[in-house]
Design a protein around this ligand. Structure first.
Ligand code: NDP
Length: 324
């Protein structure tokens, strides 16, 4: 495993980390989740990502349970949560969003579910247009001063709002966000590479990037339709979103299939190549992996070697074949 600092902070996260979305507490059983955390830990992964909203809190419950079961040393791993969407199936108005109250309550809920005394990383899962940014920054600062959170950050906030959070923090001597959690993969590059470009040097922001495989699209397994035993096969709404992508992202399945053909030509697993490409970006602090079984995780860990061994020309070809 390689380790990278989270932006300008002193925290060294594994360059590959493990997330719980659509798997822990929903798509996979407790035994498979335990096997994944154990395999990740054995291969040097020290960061496990979660959110209050994943499987309505069940993802955090399962992760907390298996981490306790495996007796991982609390000073050797980092765990995150995210606040915004609530953990109830149908949250009441106060049970969601980025108000001081919900940021506070959600943190304590995550601590209970994950069975830890503090969160290493705590993210605002999206912006909340109904709450002043200063209120959220103050709430995060309070949790840090109480020792309940070590680093706070944002996820998919527009760069201008990240900048506003920093300005407010500086003005009040509050803790500023240390990291962003954006989507980043060969089919979705603009925010990390262009919109956030000024934030890295100016504010020392790190990034914990998500969906390096575009939910599995970049493995090439969706080229001949949607297999029933796959993430998109289990969720038709998600399938539509992942396949269509955002406006201007073109035919994402065709782009992914060209990429899978290139990986075959290079003799490497498409998943490992896609993740290796993310690792090549120096502004990426850690790439969050998702996996529904250990074999996938092991294949994806091959990205570390590919990032070191493949030359620039191979990655340039990956960019060319996935261009819109
Ligand atoms: P990926 O894009 O890597 O998708 C992972 C999924 O792809 C797996 O669950 C599996 O699904 C499939 N897969 C993985 N490896 C392979 C392989 N080698 N061969 C074939 N299929 C494979 O990452 P995620 O979308 O899961 O994102 C990673 C993490 O990022 C999440 O767990 C979460 O913690 C975080 N995240 C954060 C978000 C945010 O808003 N902040 C949003 C989304 C994710 P299957 O086998 O079921 O097809």
């Amino acid at each position: 495993m390689d380790y990278r600092r989270l932006g300008a902070s002193g925290l060294a996260l594994s360059a590959l980390s493990l997330g719980a979305w659509t798997t822990f507490g929903s798509g996979i059983g407790r035994g498979a989740a335990r096997d994944l955390v154990a395999a990740a830990w054995d291969h040097g992964i020290n960061f496990f990502d979660n959110a209050e909203g994943y499987a309505n809190g069940e993802a955090e419950r399962v992760m907390g349970d298996v981490i306790a079961d495996l007796r991982l040393p609390r000073d050797g791993f980092a765990v995150s949560s995210k606040v915004m969407f609530g953990s109830a199936a149908d949250p009441l108005p106060m049970q969601r969003g980025l108000s001081r109250k919900h940021v506070h309550d959600a943190c304590h809920g995550a601590l209970r579910r994950l069975r830890v005394d503090y969160l290493d990383l705590y993210f605002c899962h999206r912006p909340d247009p109904d709450v002043p940014v200063a209120e959220t920054v103050a709430a995060m600062d309070a949790l840090i001063r109480q020792g309940k959170v070590l680093y706070w950050g944002t996820s998919e906030w527009p760069a201008a709002l990240v900048r506003e959070a920093h300005a407010v923090a500086r003005a009040h001597h509050w803790h500023a966000p240390s990291m962003e959690q954006p989507q980043y993969n060969l089919l979705h590059r603009r925010r990390v590479e262009l919109e956030y470009a000024p934030l890295y040097a100016e504010f020392g922001m790190g990034t914990t990037v998500w969906s390096p495989l575009a939910s599995g699209l970049l493995t090439g397994k969706y080229g001949a339709g949607i297999p029933a035993d796959s993430r998109l096969g289990r969720d038709a709404d998600l399938a539509r979103m992942v396949i269509e992508g955002e406006e201007g992202e073109g035919d994402r399945v065709a782009r992914a299939q060209r990429f899978a053909a290139l990986a075959a030509e290079l003799g490497v697993a498409p998943a490992a190549l896609a993740i290796a490409w993310c690792l090549r970006n120096p502004h990426v602090s850690t790439v969050l992996l998702g996996a529904s079984r250990v074999a996938q995780l092991l294949e994806n860990l091959g990205a570390l070697a590919l990032a070191r061994e493949l030359d620039d020309a191979a990655f340039a070809r990956a960019e060319a074949v996935t261009a819109r």
